[in-house]
Design a protein around this ligand. Structure first.
Ligand code: ADQ
Length: 489
């Protein structure tokens, strides 16, 4: 009956990602509370309307009992979501271990874990085994719901094994894989103990996509150097089979942000914020609290700016909204404490009885509050140490049609390649450079702000998430047609 529901004129798209776009919280045996999750992938794909989409993924909760699983399947079906059930040990080894402790830092150039090399080496194999097992569980759910002709779009570093699992069970399935993080230089990828197998499993897909041309190039050179395969302008060729590799820069649903700014409650919120910070320039950071986002470096740069520019001390405020993430991991707990300590020190140093220079919130904001905040901001600070793309920079630009504020953007975010001409690009590791960029942004004349904003606004409103998904899927369809033609020749 689920299969019949799918029938529609739009093309059916099975989006497979580690997490569903909702998190489930249990309220008794047969009742579930579903909440939209915060994150880049969710923000991008929720705007995609061209396809008859179903999500397949983990709901972020351990459900060992059959009753719970049945009721959750039912609750999620209303949101067009299909759960993959993972037990606690698998989550620990696959998600916390292999995905977040090994692949995530490595792909962001932070290296493999080093604290206890022996322990890491010993646990590496069990984490990798759990990774393979989890990917097979995802494949089983896809196979159960797949109907011939569906496009299966696998997402991110959690599911690098999935294309191979799917093709093993059905070589005719249309399989695409997209990476939301950077793909690092082949010299970094070479350090990964499972470097070979993880390239081969991804190459099983028909189409492999990255945010930028650089990431695609790194992937192709990893295949050349590590697997000895031939890289062509189209992708990677292995014994006559071509895997197409290309860049598909993601975007946002810009209209959703622009429309939200007209809502009375958002306007009211903007008015409140303007009154609250009257007489001060507003600087904004919105990030998941993750090492790749460079929060300590950003806040230290702001401190340096205040140190060197006493005339600005009571005229500028930094609002840093940091949504906690992976809170059970010790490294993330240490990062949180470090950020709190730096913020406390700076507020103690430069604050007065009536005002502090930094408002740091450890939480996520609802969509309308976020839009209001973006709209009243004078300078946004996106200083990721590495970032696949970074959608916050896009969201800020979408909300700045009236104010034409300035974007300070890390050159190590994928977004630097698309918004670089309008933003002030910085090396986030260079605190002095970021501090002087803050001064430059705060003093920027209106005509320069206007010009820079115009460039970026045009990009953000024309390179949307809808366009991103449509381009990827149409390229995947074309790739398959071309492969069929090649086989016939
Ligand atoms: P993320 O690392 O999650 O995504 P990003 O692209 O910035 O990073 O997206 C974050 C999303 O979460 C944005 O839509 C933002 O509005 C929202 N968000 C963040 N903090 C929030 C807060 N405090 N309150 C409310 N909302 C908040 C990954 C990659 C990125 C890549 C995306 C999409 O790491 O590089 O751009 O996927 O591919």
């Amino acid at each position: 009956c689920e299969r019949q529901d799918f029938r529609a004129s739009k093309q059916r798209l099975l989006v497979v990602a580690n997490r569903l776009p909702v998190s489930a919280v249990r309220r008794g045996d047969d009742s579930w509370h579903l909440e939209i999750s915060v994150g880049g992938l969710v923000s991008a794909l929720l705007g995609v309307k061209e396809f008859e989409t179903r999500w397949i993924g983990w709901a972020g909760v351990n459900v060992p009992d059959e009753t719970g699983q049945k009721t959750l399947i039912k609750a999620l079906a209303e949101k067009r979501c299909i759960p993959v059930f993972l037990d606690e040990e698998t989550v620990h080894q696959y998600y916390n271990g292999y995905c977040n402790n090994i692949l995530w830092p490595l792909f962001h150039y932070l290296g493999l874990p080093q604290e206890d090399r022996l322990a890491t080496t010993r646990s590496f194999q069990s984490q990798f085994d759990a990774y393979k097992k989890a990917n097979q569980l995802f494949a089983d759910v896809v196979n159960e719901h797949y109907v011939e002709g569906d496009v299966v779009w696998c997402h991110d570093y959690h599911l690098m094994f999935l294309p191979k699992c799917l093709k093993d069970s059905n070589p005719n399935m249309k399989v695409g894989w997209f990476l939301h993080t950077p793909f690092p230089s082949s010299e970094i990828h070479r350090t990964l103990p499972s470097r070979t197998v993880l390239l081969r499993t991804v190459l099983a897909a028909d189409l492999v996509g990255f945010h930028t041309y650089d990431y695609a190039r790194h992937f192709v050179s990893a295949c050349t150097r590590i697997l000895g395969l031939e890289g062509t302008p189209e992708g990677v060729e292995d014994q006559g089979k071509l895997t197409r590799v290309a860049a598909f820069p993601i975007g946002i649903d810009s209209d959703r942000f622009i429309r939200a700014l007209e809502l009375p409650q958002v306007q009211d919120h903007m008015k409140e914020l303007k009154e609250r910070f009257a007489g001060r320039k507003v600087m904004l950071g919105v990030d998941r609290l993750d090492m790749i986002k460079g929060l300590p470096q950003k806040i230290l740069a702001f401190e340096k700016f205040l140190e060197e520019n006493p005339q600005w001390r009571d005229k500028v405020v930094l609002l840093q909204i940091a949504v906690p993430t992976r809170t059970d991991v010790a490294e993330y707990q240490r990062l949180t404490s470090q950020v709190h300590e730096i913020v406390g020190r700076i507020n103690g140093r430069f604050g007065t009885l009536t005002a502090v220079p930094i408002h740091h919130l450890d939480r996520s904001l609802d969509f309308h509050s976020l839009c209001a905040l973006y709209a009243v901001t004078d300078v946004a600070l996106v200083t990721s140490l590495r970032d696949g793309m970074n959608l916050v920079s896009y969201e800020f630009v979408a909300c700045q049609a009236s104010k034409k504020g300035v974007l300070i953007l890390s050159e190590f975010a994928g977004a630097a390649q698309s918004l670089g001409a309008g933003a002030i690009l910085v090396n986030p590791w260079n605190v002095t450079e970021v501090a002087s960029a803050i001064g430059y942004a705060l003093n920027m004349p209106a005509d320069e702000r206007e010009k820079r904003h115009h460039h970026n606004f045009l990009h953000v409103t024309t390179h949307t998430s809808q366009e991103w998904a449509a381009t990827f899927v149409s390229e995947l369809n074309d790739t398959i047609v071309e492969a069929q033609l090649r086989t016939r020749q």
